[in-house]
Design a protein around this ligand. Structure first.
Ligand SMILES: [Cu+2]
Length: 114
C-alpha cells in the first residue's frame, strides 16, 4: 500500500492492517514518518505535547518505528505488526521556512485496525 505526503499533510495513509507501506514524499521538503500506537481514546494531537520542551507527561501511546529523513521525491518502505487498535503517523521534522514541526501543520494521519 502507498502513503504519500506533501509539505503540509498526509495525502494518503494507512487505512487498515496492511503490514508494509511505501511512503512517497511529494513535497518540497524532507519528511519522516513515525508510526505510533495510540492509547484508547487518544488522538495523534494528544501524543505531540509529550515531545515539547518541558513536557512531564508520557505520550498517550508508543512509537513502533517508521522512517527518518525521506528527501523530496524519494520513497521509503516501512513495515509493522498491527494488533487491533488505533494508530497514527506523525512527522516531527521542522518546516524549513517557519521552523514549526510538520505535525503542527497537519502532518498526522490516524487509522484503526480491527
Ligand atoms: Cu514532514
Amino acid at each position: 500500500m502507498a502513503c504519500s505526503c506533501n509539505d503540509r499533510a498526509w495525502n494518503r495513509g494507512p487505512e487498515d492492517s496492511d503490514r508494509s507501506y511505501v511512503l512517497v514524499n511529494e513535497g518540497a521538503q524532507a519528511h519522516e514518518v513515525v508510526l505510533v500506537k495510540l492509547a484508547p481514546a487518544a488522538k495523534a494531537q494528544d501524543f505531540i505535547p509529550a515531545f515539547e520542551s518541558g513536557a512531564v507527561e508520557p505520550p498517550p501511546g508508543r512509537p513502533l518505528g517508521g522512517i527518518v529523513g525521506i528527501e523530496r521525491g524519494a520513497r521509503g518502505l516501512f513495515s509493522a505488526q498491527f494488533d487491533p487498535g488505533r494508530y497514527a503517523l506523525i512527522c516531527f521534522f521542522p518546516d524549513t521556512r517557519t521552523g514549526a514541526p510538520h505535525f503542527a501543520q497537519g502532518m498526522t494521519w490516524e487509522f484503526d485496525v480491527r
